[in-house]
Unconditional design. Structure first.
Length: 190
């Protein structure tokens, strides 16, 4: 009996956070202190490899190739899915209206990798689905009244949230020595 191979979409998350687990200030804007060159290079390279980018309305990437990438933008302004009138490579998706897999099929990406780039609610939706979550930490930056990176932060650290969802930390890589910024891959424990 022949086995049928089903395409699989790898789910990877990406965020840089302050020492106190924040990704934006109180106005929901990423402060310049978190825009660190080593992390930008890491993030850009990861997005270049991704087949699909997934984010909320405040989490757009600021890169030259951004308009060329297929993306799903989470919103409550549509019933299920709708083309993004501002971007022919983007699909608006309301998670209450249809499953993620349906939205992926509509944008034409059913295998390869999806890069989840935020914000906090979007990250939270995929917590139990990540194959790998790439957590960059800027230990010299603090944003006391800022936007937590994940639901559950600051009561728990970002690392505790990831571990609580079955992810295990791999070896950290220093990506910006000048700012002491490292990225750690958190991988799903089988």
């Amino acid at each position: 009996m022949a086995t049928i191979s089903v395409p699989v979409l790898r789910i990877e998350g990406f965020v840089i956070v302050s020492a106190d687990g924040r990704l934006a200030n109180a106005r929901n804007v990423m402060p310049d202190d978190l825009k660190i060159e080593g992390d930008k290079r890491f993030f850009t390279a990861a997005l270049e490899r991704a087949d699909l980018i997934v984010h909320g309305r405040h989490s757009e990437e600021e890169q030259a190739n951004a308009p060329k990438r297929r993306r799903i933008i989470l919103t409550r302004k549509v019933e299920a899915t709708a083309p993004d009138p501002a971007n022919p490579k983007a699909l608006l998706w309301n998670p209450a209206g249809c499953p993620f897999e349906t939205a992926c099929g509509e944008i034409g990406v059913t295998s390869g990798s999806a890069a989840i780039i935020g914000g906090p609610g979007v990250f939270g939706m995929f917590m139990d689905r990540y194959d790998t979550f790439w957590l960059s930490v800027a230990p010299r930056v603090r944003i006391p009244d800022g936007e937590p990176c994940f639901p559950g932060v600051p009561d728990r650290s970002p690392q505790q949230v990831l571990a609580g969802h079955g992810l295990r930390a791999g070896e950290a890589q220093l990506i910006d020595a000048a700012h002491d910024v490292s990225v750690t891959p958190w991988r799903r424990v089988s």
